[in-house]
Design a protein around this ligand. Structure first.
Ligand code: SAM
Length: 221
């Protein structure tokens, strides 16, 4: 099947299973504000939400907010008493996300921290709040391994860590690649394999966003 075939299947599945005016409105607002369309796909957004719901996640950390599309899905899953903390470098993205989250009716359960995530994460740790149940990593790919190391400091046994865009159109299997994002994906896979505190896999995905995949890890007891 071709890339356009993957997109057709995604459109069919989303039409039937994901139609969702609030997140569609967020995507429209992102486009109107000139944000890049690098959010997770609608099917992936709903999958994240279902995963968080089915595991009873109440505290979620997201690294990479953009306009808050994935954040809305996660915030719905944690429920009214839950909390999502999302880290975003670009103040303009954070501003659009804040409006989208408020418009979607979940703004009161989302805390957006603006700044480089590697500077926000030590602040979060110093706050010594409860551990996160789920960490979703979707920011600057070269720092993925650093973000997983930080996630390990901020989670508990049984918590999930998900890292998006690891497969990179299959390039993750190319040991000769000099693309920094591909090298970072390979470093991440090797780090996940060697890290005794994590049990992990990577699932490939195809769809409207092309061929990619995400790492899924659980913190060991
Ligand atoms: N998770 C979002 C979604 O699916 O709707 C998409 C996130 S987008 C792929 C990546 C975001 O990470 C961008 O908004 C970018 O500004 C942000 N970002 C890049 N480098 C960052 C950093 N060092 N710290 C925090 N955010 C960063």
């Amino acid at each position: 099947m071709t890339t356009s075939g993957w997109a057709d299947v995604d459109a069919y599945l989303v039409d039937n299973l994901v139609r969702d005016p609030e997140t569609e409105a967020a995507l429209a607002a992102n486009a109107a504000a000139g944000l890049p369309a690098i959010d997770v796909s609608a099917a992936q957004g709903k999958f994240l939400s279902l995963l968080a719901r089915s595991t009873g996640a109440r505290r979620v950390l997201e690294i990479g907010t953009l306009g808050g599309f994935s954040t809305i899905w996660l915030a719905r899953a944690v429920g009214k008493a839950g909390r999502v903390i999302t880290l975003e470098y670009d103040p303009r993205h954070a501003e659009v996300a804040r409006a989208n989250l408020d418009e979607a009716g979940v703004g009161d359960r989302v805390d957006i921290r603006v700044g480089a995530a590697l500077e926000s994460l030590p602040i979060l740790e110093a706050e010594a709040s409860e551990p996160f149940d789920l960490v979703f990593i979707d920011a600057d790919k070269v720092n993925n391994s650093n973000y997983v190391r930080w996630a390990l400091r901020l989670t508990r046994p049984g918590s999930m860590i998900i890292v998006d865009n690891v497969v990179r159109g299959g390039a993750v299997a190319d040991g000769a690649s000099d693309d920094p994002a591909v090298r970072a994906s390979r470093e991440l896979v090797e780090m996940l394999a060697a890290e005794p505190r994590l049990d992990a896999t990577v699932l490939q995905t195809v769809g409207a966003k092309g061929w990619d995949g995400f790492a899924y890890a659980v913190v060991n007891d």
